[in-house]
Design a protein around this ligand. Sequence first.
Ligand code: NDP
Length: 248
Amino acid sequence: MKLKDKIAVVTGGTRGIGKAIVQTLARQGACVLFTYLNSDAKAQELEASLTKENLKAKGFKVDVKDFEQVNAFKEQILDKYRTVNILVNNAGIIRDKALAMMSPEEWAEVIDTNLTGVFNVTKCFAVTFMKQRQGNIINISSLSGIIGISRQTNYSASKGGMIAFSKALAKEVATFNVRVNVVAPGFITTDMTSNLKEDYLKHVIPQIPLARFGTSEEVASVVLFLATDKSDYITGQVIRVDGGLGMS
Ligand code: NDP
Protein backbone atom coordinates (compact mmCIF):
# COMPACT_ATOMS: atom_id res chain seq x y z
CA MET A 1 0.00 0.00 0.00
CA LYS A 2 1.78 3.11 -1.26
CA LEU A 3 -0.64 5.64 0.27
CA LYS A 4 -1.62 4.06 3.59
CA ASP A 5 -3.11 6.63 6.03
CA LYS A 6 -3.00 9.43 3.44
CA ILE A 7 -6.01 11.68 2.88
CA ALA A 8 -6.56 12.69 -0.75
CA VAL A 9 -8.98 15.19 -2.29
CA VAL A 10 -9.87 14.60 -5.96
CA THR A 11 -12.14 17.04 -7.81
CA GLY A 12 -14.48 15.65 -10.49
CA GLY A 13 -14.25 12.07 -9.25
CA THR A 14 -17.51 10.62 -10.56
CA ARG A 15 -16.55 9.87 -14.15
CA GLY A 16 -13.67 9.21 -16.55
CA ILE A 17 -10.16 10.15 -15.48
CA GLY A 18 -11.25 11.41 -12.04
CA LYS A 19 -13.03 8.15 -11.25
CA ALA A 20 -9.93 6.13 -12.21
CA ILE A 21 -7.82 8.40 -9.99
CA VAL A 22 -10.21 7.89 -7.05
CA GLN A 23 -10.09 4.11 -7.52
CA THR A 24 -6.31 3.99 -7.97
CA LEU A 25 -5.52 6.11 -4.90
CA ALA A 26 -8.08 4.27 -2.74
CA ARG A 27 -6.64 0.90 -3.80
CA GLN A 28 -3.25 2.11 -2.56
CA GLY A 29 -4.70 2.78 0.88
CA ALA A 30 -5.64 6.47 0.69
CA CYS A 31 -8.91 7.78 2.09
CA VAL A 32 -10.24 9.61 -0.98
CA LEU A 33 -12.66 12.54 -0.69
CA PHE A 34 -13.94 13.34 -4.17
CA THR A 35 -16.16 16.09 -5.53
CA TYR A 36 -18.62 16.28 -8.41
CA LEU A 37 -21.15 18.70 -9.90
CA ASN A 38 -24.36 16.77 -10.71
CA SER A 39 -23.82 13.00 -10.66
CA ASP A 40 -25.30 12.06 -7.26
CA ALA A 41 -26.08 8.48 -8.31
CA LYS A 42 -22.61 7.92 -9.80
CA ALA A 43 -20.99 9.29 -6.62
CA GLN A 44 -23.03 6.90 -4.46
CA GLU A 45 -22.20 3.96 -6.76
CA LEU A 46 -18.49 4.71 -6.59
CA GLU A 47 -18.56 5.06 -2.80
CA ALA A 48 -20.47 1.79 -2.49
CA SER A 49 -18.21 -0.18 -4.83
CA LEU A 50 -15.05 0.97 -3.02
CA THR A 51 -16.60 0.35 0.40
CA LYS A 52 -17.31 -3.22 -0.80
CA GLU A 53 -13.58 -3.58 -1.44
CA ASN A 54 -12.98 -2.37 2.15
CA LEU A 55 -11.57 0.91 0.83
CA LYS A 56 -12.31 4.47 1.86
CA ALA A 57 -13.92 7.01 -0.47
CA LYS A 58 -16.62 9.63 -0.02
CA GLY A 59 -18.30 11.93 -2.54
CA PHE A 60 -19.20 15.60 -1.98
CA LYS A 61 -21.35 17.77 -4.26
CA VAL A 62 -19.16 20.86 -4.62
CA ASP A 63 -19.07 23.22 -7.60
CA VAL A 64 -15.39 24.14 -8.03
CA LYS A 65 -16.45 27.42 -9.69
CA ASP A 66 -17.91 28.63 -6.38
CA PHE A 67 -15.28 29.71 -3.83
CA GLU A 68 -17.76 29.71 -0.93
CA GLN A 69 -18.83 26.11 -1.65
CA VAL A 70 -15.20 24.99 -1.90
CA ASN A 71 -14.29 26.74 1.34
CA ALA A 72 -17.23 25.14 3.17
CA PHE A 73 -16.15 21.73 1.82
CA LYS A 74 -12.61 22.34 3.10
CA GLU A 75 -13.91 23.31 6.57
CA GLN A 76 -16.14 20.23 6.65
CA ILE A 77 -13.39 17.77 5.79
CA LEU A 78 -10.69 19.36 7.95
CA ASP A 79 -13.15 19.23 10.84
CA LYS A 80 -13.61 15.52 10.36
CA TYR A 81 -10.29 14.27 8.94
CA ARG A 82 -7.95 16.89 10.51
CA THR A 83 -5.57 16.88 7.54
CA VAL A 84 -5.26 16.46 3.78
CA ASN A 85 -2.06 15.20 2.15
CA ILE A 86 -2.83 15.05 -1.58
CA LEU A 87 -4.93 17.30 -3.83
CA VAL A 88 -5.76 16.31 -7.41
CA ASN A 89 -7.44 19.10 -9.41
CA ASN A 90 -9.16 17.06 -12.10
CA ALA A 91 -12.63 18.61 -12.61
CA GLY A 92 -12.88 20.10 -16.08
CA ILE A 93 -15.22 20.79 -18.98
CA ILE A 94 -15.10 21.58 -22.69
CA ARG A 95 -17.32 23.90 -24.72
CA ASP A 96 -15.58 23.60 -28.08
CA LYS A 97 -16.39 26.14 -30.78
CA ALA A 98 -14.61 28.34 -33.30
CA LEU A 99 -13.69 31.67 -31.68
CA ALA A 100 -15.92 33.54 -34.14
CA MET A 101 -18.94 31.62 -32.84
CA MET A 102 -17.97 31.41 -29.15
CA SER A 103 -20.18 33.32 -26.74
CA PRO A 104 -18.78 35.18 -23.72
CA GLU A 105 -20.70 32.63 -21.59
CA GLU A 106 -18.94 29.69 -23.26
CA TRP A 107 -15.60 31.39 -22.70
CA ALA A 108 -16.36 32.19 -19.06
CA GLU A 109 -17.79 28.80 -18.11
CA VAL A 110 -14.64 27.00 -19.23
CA ILE A 111 -12.25 29.50 -17.64
CA ASP A 112 -14.31 29.57 -14.41
CA THR A 113 -14.38 25.79 -14.12
CA ASN A 114 -10.92 24.77 -15.39
CA LEU A 115 -8.80 27.68 -14.18
CA THR A 116 -10.64 29.62 -11.46
CA GLY A 117 -11.79 26.24 -10.09
CA VAL A 118 -8.14 25.25 -9.63
CA PHE A 119 -7.45 28.58 -7.90
CA ASN A 120 -10.45 28.11 -5.58
CA VAL A 121 -9.61 24.56 -4.51
CA THR A 122 -5.84 25.03 -4.32
CA LYS A 123 -6.13 28.26 -2.34
CA CYS A 124 -8.34 26.51 0.20
CA PHE A 125 -5.92 23.63 0.81
CA ALA A 126 -2.52 25.28 0.22
CA VAL A 127 -2.53 26.97 3.63
CA THR A 128 -3.10 23.61 5.33
CA PHE A 129 -0.28 22.08 3.29
CA MET A 130 2.08 24.93 4.16
CA LYS A 131 1.21 24.84 7.87
CA GLN A 132 1.81 21.11 8.09
CA ARG A 133 4.95 21.37 6.00
CA GLN A 134 3.71 18.63 3.68
CA GLY A 135 1.46 18.58 0.66
CA ASN A 136 1.22 17.25 -2.84
CA ILE A 137 -0.77 19.00 -5.55
CA ILE A 138 -1.38 17.35 -8.93
CA ASN A 139 -3.21 19.31 -11.60
CA ILE A 140 -4.79 17.64 -14.62
CA SER A 141 -4.17 19.93 -17.57
CA SER A 142 -4.19 18.86 -21.22
CA LEU A 143 -2.02 18.67 -24.30
CA SER A 144 -4.38 21.36 -25.59
CA GLY A 145 -2.87 23.73 -23.01
CA ILE A 146 0.62 23.11 -24.39
CA ILE A 147 0.23 22.99 -28.17
CA GLY A 148 -3.19 24.69 -28.62
CA ILE A 149 -6.03 22.92 -30.42
CA SER A 150 -8.29 24.53 -32.99
CA ARG A 151 -11.85 25.29 -31.73
CA GLN A 152 -10.58 25.12 -28.14
CA THR A 153 -9.37 28.69 -27.47
CA ASN A 154 -11.29 28.73 -24.17
CA TYR A 155 -10.09 25.26 -23.14
CA SER A 156 -6.47 25.73 -24.34
CA ALA A 157 -6.29 29.05 -22.48
CA SER A 158 -7.64 27.47 -19.28
CA LYS A 159 -5.29 24.49 -19.44
CA GLY A 160 -2.26 26.58 -20.41
CA GLY A 161 -3.12 28.95 -17.56
CA MET A 162 -3.23 25.99 -15.22
CA ILE A 163 0.32 25.03 -16.23
CA ALA A 164 1.65 28.55 -15.59
CA PHE A 165 -0.27 28.66 -12.28
CA SER A 166 1.28 25.33 -11.24
CA LYS A 167 4.86 26.40 -12.05
CA ALA A 168 4.47 29.68 -10.18
CA LEU A 169 2.98 27.94 -7.16
CA ALA A 170 5.62 25.19 -7.22
CA LYS A 171 8.27 27.90 -6.77
CA GLU A 172 6.22 29.66 -4.09
CA VAL A 173 5.60 26.66 -1.85
CA ALA A 174 8.64 24.42 -2.35
CA THR A 175 10.28 25.64 0.86
CA PHE A 176 7.18 24.41 2.74
CA ASN A 177 7.77 20.89 1.38
CA VAL A 178 4.76 21.22 -0.90
CA ARG A 179 5.10 19.86 -4.43
CA VAL A 180 3.01 20.94 -7.44
CA ASN A 181 3.01 18.98 -10.68
CA VAL A 182 0.89 18.74 -13.80
CA VAL A 183 -0.30 15.78 -15.83
CA ALA A 184 -1.19 16.67 -19.42
CA PRO A 185 -3.23 13.96 -21.12
CA GLY A 186 -3.73 13.77 -24.88
CA PHE A 187 -6.87 12.02 -26.17
CA ILE A 188 -8.34 9.75 -23.48
CA THR A 189 -11.48 7.64 -23.87
CA THR A 190 -14.09 9.21 -21.54
CA ASP A 191 -17.49 10.96 -21.80
CA MET A 192 -15.56 14.11 -22.78
CA THR A 193 -14.30 12.54 -26.02
CA SER A 194 -17.31 10.31 -26.70
CA ASN A 195 -18.92 12.79 -29.10
CA LEU A 196 -15.95 13.11 -31.45
CA LYS A 197 -17.05 12.44 -35.02
CA GLU A 198 -15.82 9.43 -37.00
CA ASP A 199 -14.16 11.76 -39.57
CA TYR A 200 -12.23 13.57 -36.85
CA LEU A 201 -11.07 10.26 -35.34
CA LYS A 202 -9.86 9.10 -38.78
CA HIS A 203 -7.84 12.29 -39.02
CA VAL A 204 -6.43 12.32 -35.47
CA ILE A 205 -5.56 8.69 -34.65
CA PRO A 206 -2.89 8.39 -37.37
CA GLN A 207 -1.19 11.43 -35.82
CA ILE A 208 -0.77 9.64 -32.47
CA PRO A 209 2.49 7.65 -32.52
CA LEU A 210 0.95 4.93 -30.29
CA ALA A 211 -2.04 4.97 -32.70
CA ARG A 212 -4.85 4.88 -30.13
CA PHE A 213 -6.60 6.91 -27.45
CA GLY A 214 -5.35 6.40 -23.89
CA THR A 215 -7.35 5.05 -20.97
CA SER A 216 -8.27 6.81 -17.74
CA GLU A 217 -6.24 4.19 -15.86
CA GLU A 218 -3.13 5.14 -17.86
CA VAL A 219 -3.51 8.73 -16.63
CA ALA A 220 -4.28 7.59 -13.07
CA SER A 221 -1.07 5.56 -12.84
CA VAL A 222 1.00 8.70 -13.52
CA VAL A 223 -1.01 10.58 -10.90
CA LEU A 224 -0.25 7.75 -8.46
CA PHE A 225 3.48 8.08 -9.14
CA LEU A 226 3.29 11.83 -8.46
CA ALA A 227 1.22 11.21 -5.31
CA THR A 228 3.79 8.90 -3.71
CA ASP A 229 7.23 9.51 -2.25
CA LYS A 230 8.71 7.81 -5.36
CA SER A 231 8.48 11.29 -6.93
CA ASP A 232 9.71 13.27 -3.92
CA TYR A 233 12.31 15.23 -5.90
CA ILE A 234 9.93 16.25 -8.68
CA THR A 235 8.10 19.58 -8.62
CA GLY A 236 6.94 22.16 -11.17
CA GLN A 237 6.88 19.56 -13.95
CA VAL A 238 4.43 18.76 -16.71
CA ILE A 239 4.18 15.06 -17.56
CA ARG A 240 2.40 14.29 -20.82
CA VAL A 241 0.30 11.14 -21.15
CA ASP A 242 -0.51 11.46 -24.83
CA GLY A 243 0.76 8.42 -26.73
CA GLY A 244 3.48 10.67 -28.17
CA LEU A 245 1.04 13.05 -29.92
CA GLY A 246 2.65 16.24 -28.69
CA MET A 247 6.22 15.04 -29.14
CA SER A 248 8.52 17.69 -30.57
P1 NDP B 1 -15.52 13.85 -17.78
O1 NDP B 1 -16.38 14.81 -18.53
O2 NDP B 1 -15.65 12.39 -18.04
O3 NDP B 1 -15.73 14.10 -16.18
C1 NDP B 1 -15.63 15.39 -15.66
C2 NDP B 1 -15.73 15.35 -14.16
O4 NDP B 1 -15.62 16.70 -13.66
C3 NDP B 1 -17.06 14.81 -13.63
O5 NDP B 1 -16.83 14.11 -12.44
C4 NDP B 1 -17.86 16.10 -13.36
O6 NDP B 1 -18.88 15.94 -12.37
C5 NDP B 1 -16.74 16.99 -12.84
N1 NDP B 1 -17.05 18.42 -12.94
C6 NDP B 1 -17.33 19.15 -14.04
N2 NDP B 1 -17.57 20.44 -13.71
C7 NDP B 1 -17.45 20.53 -12.37
C8 NDP B 1 -17.61 21.57 -11.42
N3 NDP B 1 -17.92 22.82 -11.80
N4 NDP B 1 -17.42 21.30 -10.11
C9 NDP B 1 -17.10 20.05 -9.70
N5 NDP B 1 -16.94 19.00 -10.55
C10 NDP B 1 -17.12 19.23 -11.86
O7 NDP B 1 -14.03 14.36 -18.00
P2 NDP B 1 -12.67 13.55 -18.24
O8 NDP B 1 -12.56 12.47 -17.25
O9 NDP B 1 -12.54 13.28 -19.67
O10 NDP B 1 -11.61 14.71 -17.89
C11 NDP B 1 -11.06 14.88 -16.59
C12 NDP B 1 -10.01 15.97 -16.65
O11 NDP B 1 -9.01 15.60 -17.61
C13 NDP B 1 -10.58 17.32 -17.12
O12 NDP B 1 -9.93 18.37 -16.43
C14 NDP B 1 -10.19 17.36 -18.59
O13 NDP B 1 -10.07 18.67 -19.06
C15 NDP B 1 -8.86 16.62 -18.57
N6 NDP B 1 -8.49 16.05 -19.85
C16 NDP B 1 -9.30 15.10 -20.47
C17 NDP B 1 -8.92 14.58 -21.69
C18 NDP B 1 -9.74 13.56 -22.43
O14 NDP B 1 -9.38 13.24 -23.58
N7 NDP B 1 -10.78 12.99 -21.85
C19 NDP B 1 -7.68 15.02 -22.36
C20 NDP B 1 -6.93 15.99 -21.61
C21 NDP B 1 -7.32 16.47 -20.41
P3 NDP B 1 -20.36 15.41 -12.80
O15 NDP B 1 -20.20 13.93 -13.07
O16 NDP B 1 -21.19 15.68 -11.61
O17 NDP B 1 -20.74 16.17 -14.02
